[in-house]
Structure formats: structure tokens, C-alpha cells
Design a protein around this ligand. Structure first.
Ligand code: AMP
Length: 187
């Protein structure tokens, strides 16, 4: 199963991806987590992307595509990949299609978590207090929402055209959203 968890920043992709890892043994492929790990490790890549991330902008397609490609064999072995925060541009989605096709696979399902903007901002403020992420500030979050609207939302028609998108109401409790995702996957 190659599952794309799709939605704006703060919609719950990471939380739900972690639950799917526990429930199904699949591998979470979060480019945000990979980039943050590179930064914590102080790698050249980490240093290169730091300012872009903290400002709320997207890093280059080439960087995240390479990070994802490196992890595909591991996900294939586990029997499932949960793409979390990737793809975020049409170019990334095309690269993912190509990389999966080369392995005889495809994106099987796209779960779109739908959460309204006021709730996203509330969740961001809560996470800022809990985790202290540098891009969880009002200013950077505004930029991230704009990046979502202009660069990532065009993926909705891209995936809808292939009939892969299932919409899930992301406004409920973590358990309720998790149950709705399970239904969408097992249907
Ligand atoms: P996230 O944890 O998914 O919200 O990502 C945090 C930040 O990492 C984003 O605001 C971007 O700066 C960068 N990032 C993560 N994933 C991608 C991606 N697929 N394409 C471009 N930038 C990304």
C-alpha cells in the first residue's frame, strides 16, 4: 500500500501517520521529519534548508525527492508507505509516480484530511507550546498556509483525476479521524 496523507499544515497528518505505523506496520515517510533530523544532526543539507524551513517556505523539489527515493526500498519491504507532507508540488507528485512505477508500484490511495483554517491555527499554537518548532509562529504559519494553497492544493485535481482521493473529516478527535481513515483504507 502506498498511501498519501494529504492536507494543510496542522491537519493531523503526522499524528495519523504514526497511528498507522503502529496499527499496520507500514513506514512513515515524512519529509518534514527527515529535514528536521538533518538539521539536528548538523549536516550540510540541514544547514542549507534551515532558513527556508523557518520562514515557512518549501525547500526545493530535488532535495525532498532524493530523500524519499532513498527510503522507498525500506517501505516496500514493510509492505506499505505512508507519505506524510510529501508530495507538496505537482513536480514532486510526478517524480513519486515515476519512482514508484520504476518499482512496479503506484500511489494506491490519497486520504485528504479536511480541517478549517481557524482550527489549523489553533492546533499550530498548541504545537508551538508543546514542541517549540521554529516554523510554528504566526508569521511562518501564514507563509506555510499560503504555500499549501498555491503549491500543494493543485495536487487535489491531480489525484482526483485518477480517482484515488478519499476525503476524511479531520475536525474530530484523533480517534474519530483514525477510525474514518481505517474505513477509507479497508473499503
Ligand atoms: P512539515 O513537517 O511537513 O510541516 O514540513 C516542515 C517544513 O519542511 C515545510 O514547511 C518545508 O519547509 C519543508 N518541507 C517538508 N516537506 C516538504 C516537501 N515535500 N517539499 C518542500 N518542502 C518540504
Amino acid at each position: 500500500m502506498n498511501l498519501v496523507l494529504f492536507g494543510p499544515p496542522g491537519c493531523g497528518k503526522g499524528t495519523q501517520a504514526k497511528r498507522l505505523v503502529e496499527q499496520r506496520g507500514w513506514v512513515q515517510l515524512s519529509t518534514g521529519d527527515m529535514l528536521r533530523a538533518a538539521r539536528s544532526a548538523g549536516t550540510e543539507l540541514g544547514n542549507r534548508v534551515a532558513a527556508v524551513m523557518d520562514g515557512g517556505n518549501l525547500v526545493s523539489d530535488e532535495i525532498v525527492i532524493e530523500l524519499i527515493e532513498e527510503r522507498l526500498p525500506e517501505a516496500e519491504k514493510a509492505g506499505g508507505a505512508i507519505f506524510d507532507g510529501f508530495p507538496r508540488t505537482v513536480a514532486q507528485a510526478e517524480a513519486l509516480d515515476k519512482a514508484l512505477a520504476a518499482r512496479g508500484a503506484q500511489v494506491d490511495r490519497v486520504i485528504r484530511l479536511v480541517v478549517d483554517n481557524d482550527e489549523l491555527v489553533r492546533r499550530m499554537a498548541k504545537r508551538a507550546a508543546e514542541e517549540g518548532r521554529a516554523d510554528d509562529t504566526v508569521e511562518a504559519f501564514k507563509v506555510r498556509l499560503e504555500a499549501y494553497e498555491t503549491q500543494t492544493a493543485p495536487l487535489i485535481p491531480y489525484y482526483t483525476a485518477s480517482g484515488k482521493v478519499v476525503e476524511v473529516d479531520g475536525m474530530g478527535s484523533i480517534e474519530a479521524v483514525s477510525a474514518a481513515i481505517a474505513t477509507a483504507l479497508d473499503d
